[in-house]
Design a protein around this ligand. Structure first.
Ligand SMILES: [Zn+2]
Length: 444
């Protein structure tokens, strides 16, 4: 073992080849080697003994709405990345909308980077946005380092981020394919939504009926068709409808470059248990029935869905009025994704290797973050240290994101994140956070 600056040792290190006792040598912020647990450590090198706590790769959350600048009362870079660090997330990629300006021009990207730079506690990258009117901005944004382009097929909820009509989608898919970019899409079909009953009032069942599975299914089919026509790499965001899984599986069988993610709330919560008026559970697409949730788990296990990311999308508490028609849609879970998913995963017989694949390796691969996503020589020394058998009860006031609203309030979850490490530095330990040590990332 030559020249490490730190060795981190655990009886349970989650590596791409499985979980095993190991000593992880760190040099220059990277993993120099993953060695046997008993490997000799050169004198003078500090050893962090984790005992039986599990060493996971730091989570990579590619779906976070930071909303900064412009809607900073909803969330900001300092608060969001503190929540990330406390939750074992070492990299996040910020969505292009809900901030003002949105990340739909190079100038907008510069504004975001300037605001984020001094504030971030974890590494942060940026998605760009594809609008009906900004096609000429896509290539320059790609060259400026965004990881891909988000688009909506139905209204986004904010007027500065209009959705793509059918012709726009074709043009954007062609344009993005032309420079080898990635298109990530909120997949709900606006015509199906228009034909559904209006959401109104406190009943969750009414809200669910207003966002039918058919809207997602039709949109996913359109995206698969576009990927087939132009060869565009397309990623389906926050899939909720299990009825779209066959279409996604078929696309993969045909070798199309289509991937998809789902979210902790779709995997852990069910429509049946949402209390009326509880709009902290409102998001689009919606949390569906228990049987739908089971099918999403099966699709993750089968690789039809690859990523689990938060879609952390907060707002001020006043916007969560107890009326599903009027409340802002979005669930705040950046700090809770790992324990929420782990609690349900362990109940279903999955291991932390699976969780690491869904929440770290696959999102890193989606964004092309080759230095992230695994405990493996050459990657950044980004770790989440988890006590998987300990439980805690979610107290919204103890969360670090800006507004103490979350659908997980009062739930008892397995998995306490003991510490979080970014490039070999401990940035969070037992609830205490360090300074803003994150970096801004660009597409490689
Ligand atoms: Zn989102």
């Amino acid at each position: 073992m030559a020249g490490p600056e730190l060795v981190v040792r655990s009886t349970r290190v989650v590596t791409p080849e499985g979980t095993r006792p190991a000593a992880v040598a760190v040099a220059d912020g990277r993993i120099a080697a993953v060695l046997p647990h008993s490997a000799a450590v050169p004198p003078g090198v500090p050893v962090e003994e984790l005992g039986d706590d599990v060493l996971l790769p730091g989570l990579v959350d590619t779906h976070v709405h930071v909303n900064d600048p412009g809607r900073t009362a909803w969330e900001g870079f300092a608060t969001a990345t503190r929540a990330a660090a406390a939750g074992g997330v070492t990299t996040l990629v910020d969505m292009p909308l809900n901030s003002v300006p949105p990340t739909t021009t190079v100038a907008g990207l510069r504004v975001k980077r300037a605001v984020a730079g001094p504030a971030v506690h974890v590494d942060v990258g940026f998605w760009g946005g594809a609008l009906p009117g900004n096609r000429a901005e896509l290539r320059p944004l790609h060259d400026a380092g965004v990881f891909g382009f988000k688009a909506f097929l139905s209204p986004s909820g904010v007027e500065e981020f209009p959705h793509l009509g059918p012709d726009d989608l074709e043009a954007v898919a062609r344009e993005v394919a032309g420079f080898g970019g990635l298109l990530i899409v909120h997949a709900e079909d606006p015509d199906r939504l228009d034909r559904a009953p209006r959401p109104e009032g406190p009943r969750y069942a009414d809200f669910l009926a207003s966002r039918p599975r058919a809207a997602e299914d039709a949109a996913v089919a359109r995206l698969v068709a576009a990927a087939g026509r132009y060869g565009t790499r397309i990623h389906v965001l926050h899939l909720s409808s299990a009825d779209a899984l066959d279409t996604l599986a078929g696309a993969r069988e045909r070798g199309l470059p289509v991937t998809a993610e789902t979210c902790p709330h779709f995997l852990t919560l069910t429509a049946e248990e949402v209390p009326d008026g509880a709009t902290e559970f409102k998001c689009c697409p919606p949390i569906r029935e228990a049987a739908n949730r089971d099918a999403l788990w099966d699709a993750l296990a089968a690789g039809v869905l690859q990523c689990v990311v938060s879609d952390h999308s907060p707002c001020t508490p006043e916007l969560k009025v107890p009326d599903f028609g009027r409340a802002w849609g979005g669930i705040s879970s950046l700090q809770l994704g790992l324990p929420a998913v782990w609690t349900e995963a362990r109940r279903r017989g999955y291991g932390l290797d699976d969780v690491a694949r869904w929440m770290s390796a696959a999102p890193a691969a989606l964004a092309g973050l080759t230095g992230k996503g695994a405990v493996e020589a050459g990657r950044d020394a980004d770790f989440a240290v988890l006590a998987p058998d300990e439980t805690f009860t979610v107290d919204p006031a103890a969360l670090h994101h800006r507004n103490p609203v979350t659908a997980y309030a009062g739930r008892t979850l397995y998995g306490v994140v003991r510490s979080t490490w970014l490039r070999g530095r401990r940035i969070h330990h037992r609830g205490v956070l360090g300074g803003p040590a994150g970096r801004l990332l660009e597409r490689a």
